[in-house]
Design a protein around this ligand. Structure first.
Ligand code: SF4
Length: 425
């Protein structure tokens, strides 16, 4: 058994716990999110039925995940897109680097899957300039930090610190007034969209039948990224593929109220193949006003393995609304140190399959299995049950926390968890 001390993150946990600045950012965001979500759900009584229907769609989709991914690839090829199936992160990075090449200006919209494969580092190492264009991601990129929430990556950065970061970028004093801060990002990024050689987005859901990518956002940056540059590359996990357009629309309706507390997001882009026109003599030409090339990378990276586990496969239903994180009492205190790329209890399952057991062996003990995440999850995903299952698997593989290892050793050697030599009478 490996009972070496393995809590390198405990220092990070304590740093977060004592960091009032980060807590302030999270507390402000949770208060705003909770009020907005409650108001949105009051106005959407039909969401009770809709979320159950989406759960049914996800159950069916995951049970047919490989077949639907292949169907989506055929459909994407039919509309002159170029599909790829990447088995793991390294293969996905190779695909991206071969499409992008070197010396390019790349703009990106928020994509958790691109972060899963550490895409930015690979593209930069290949000699490209990469700009995140989602405001939260842009802030994180400038600060050389890692995202700490799946929907709101800079949730831990209060406005005063955003002002400092932007002041440094522009070389002049920037006000901490939030609309002014948004204006700075808009001004700085505007010409990047038009000059970029390549735009990279994720996709929230994909229709297998038509090969249509759905990109949901509020800022409008993903529209620029997917439309202005001559090449658009999208990356998404194979679990995002659902059978039909109508199934995809149901996912699109369900996500926004739970993710950001809006009835529907400001923008939902549907991309089915590259831009084209047949306006002159009905001759089709690709690359009219939008991209001439569309590449779609479907990523496995542990998802097929996850689907084989009767309990952990439920993690593949996750819509990535992030609502469970705001409700998680541990996340509210230790924030971005409770996971890496994927956070909280659901993030532990995702990290175990996409990054390996070592990535979660320490952090998983932070989950109290209180069950508040399951209560707020639109799909009622049983996160505590999955965490219990994952912990069991980790322990069987020898991944015990130092304290638990001590307790086990005490029981084995002394017959009690406290290591006492004699029983007290
Ligand atoms: S587990 Fe549920 S609440 Fe948490 S991010 Fe996924 S869909 Fe949202």
């Amino acid at each position: 058994m490996n009972d070496e001390p393995r809590d390198p993150k405990s220092k990070e946990f304590s740093e977060w716990m004592g960091d009032q600045r980060r807590r302030l950012g999270i507390d402000r965001a949770v208060a705003a999110y909770t009020a907005a979500k409650e108001a949105a759900l009051k106005r959407l009584p039909e969401m009770e039925e809709m979320r159950k229907e989406v759960r049914r769609i996800k159950e069916e989709s995951i049970s047919r995940m490989g077949e639907l991914a292949r169907q989506a690839m055929d459909s994407i090829a039919d509309v002159k897109g170029t599909p790829y199936l990447a088995g793991d992160a390294a293969e996905a990075r190779r695909i991206f680097c071969s499409i992008v090449g070197t010396g390019k200006l790349v703009v990106k919209s928020k994509s958790l899957t691109s972060e899963e494969i550490h895409l930015n580092g690979a593209l930069e190492a290949a000699g490209n300039d990469v700009y995140e264009t989602d405001l939260g991601e842009f802030i994180i990129q400038l600060r050389k930090e890692k995202p700490t929430h799946i929907i709101n990556p800079s949730v831990h950065v209060p406005r005063e610190e955003v002002a400092q970061t932007f002041s440094k970028l522009l070389g002049r004093e920037v006000s901490s007034d939030i609309p002014s801060l948004v204006g700075v990002a808009r001004e700085f990024l505007r010409d990047k969209f038009c000059k970029a050689d390549v735009g990279i987005t994720g996709a929230n859901v994909v229709s297998a039948k038509t090969g249509t990518l759905f990109i949901i956002e509020n800022e409008g940056n993903a529209r620029f990224v997917s439309n202005a540059p001559p090449v658009h590359i999208a990356i998404t996990g194979i679990e995002k593929v659902v059978p039909t357009l109508s199934d995809a629309f149901k996912v699109v309706q369900t996500l926004p109220p739970y993710a950001t507390g809006v009835l529907i997001s400001a923008y939902v882009s549907l991309v089915t193949g590259p831009s084209k026109t047949a306006d002159i003599e009905k001759t089709i030409v690709y690359g009219a006003h939008g991209p001439k090339e569309l590449h779609v990378v479907l990523l496995d990276n542990g998802r097929s393995e996850m689907a084989k586990d009767p309990i952990l496969r439920e993690a593949l239903y996750c819509l990535r609304c992030g609502g469970c994180l705001y409700e998680c009492p541990v996340y509210r205190i230790v924030g971005g140190s409770f996971g890496d790329n994927y956070f909280g209890g659901i993030g532990m399952v995702w990290s175990a399959f996409t990054r390996g057991d070592e990535a979660v062996a320490v952090a998983i003990d932070a989950c109290t299995k209180c069950g508040r995440c399951k209560e707020v999850c639109p799909l009622e995903i049983d996160v505590p049950k999955m965490v219990e299952r994952l912990k069991g698997k980790l322990v069987r593989k020898g991944h015990l926390s130092r304290k638990h290892a001590e307790i086990r050793e005490n029981i084995e050697r002394k017959g009690n968890p406290f290591g006492q030599s004699e029983r007290r009478q």
